[in-house]
Ligand binder design. Sequence first.
Ligand SMILES: Nc1nc2c(c(=O)[nH]1)N[C@H]1C(S)=C(S)[C@@H](COP(=O)(O)O)O[C@H]1N2
Ligand SMILES: [Mo]
Length: 212
Amino acid sequence: MNNPIKLDYDDIFNKFTLEERIYRLRCVEAWSMNIPWIGFPLADLIKMADPQSGAKYVAFETLYDPKQFPAQRSWSSIDYPYVEGLRLDEAMNPLALISVGLYGKTLAPQNGAPLRLVVPWKYGFKSIKSIVRIRLTDKKPPTTWNRSAPSEYGFYANVNPQVDHPRWSQASERFIGEGSVLSSRRQPTLMFNGYEEEVAHLYKDMDLRKFY
Ligand SMILES: Nc1nc2c(c(=O)[nH]1)N[C@H]1C(S)=C(S)[C@@H](COP(=O)(O)O)O[C@H]1N2
Ligand SMILES: [Mo]
């Protein structure tokens, strides 16, 4: 990037125009919710950094502090820091949001303070929480769940009712509105989680079974 940026917590609220967006959230484990996020388009941040012509991907990295969070060292099946990535054109899509809050309040630590990615057409694990570093790169960055179980979790992780997880169907989902996941109703999964019109063009020449 031509203009590397370092942001303080206050900068996040001063340099970006915040908006509320209600998005569907679809977990890879076949439940879904609607969430009122507060945030700004990821594209605004990337434009500010002024990507060089070789930039093809965006790599995200989470807070890593095993002294404060011992589970990051030993109690988990995944490697920390949690990492995620998007293709640059996915990241520039107007739907890709950097969240700083939800339900009208700033993010609590467990929700991913200070910054959290929200990509509503992808499975929830792509929405990396507690981001401390964002890089532009020419190589496809590693992603945590893909590293942990590559045959189950792909780089793209687009919500797709026709491509099942190896261990369960993705054709329908449990919508958690009122009540718990147990009392929730099943509804059909929508292609790209209902955002097909906005994002399908990003994948038009790709075999979505291969690039899951
Ligand atoms: N930094 C970080 N981000 C993360 C994860 C994580 O372990 N660490 N888990 C992911 C997964 S698997 C899911 S389902 C969602 C959970 O978000 P929630 O805690 O707000 O429900 O966060 C995603 N982002
Ligand atoms: Mo998850």
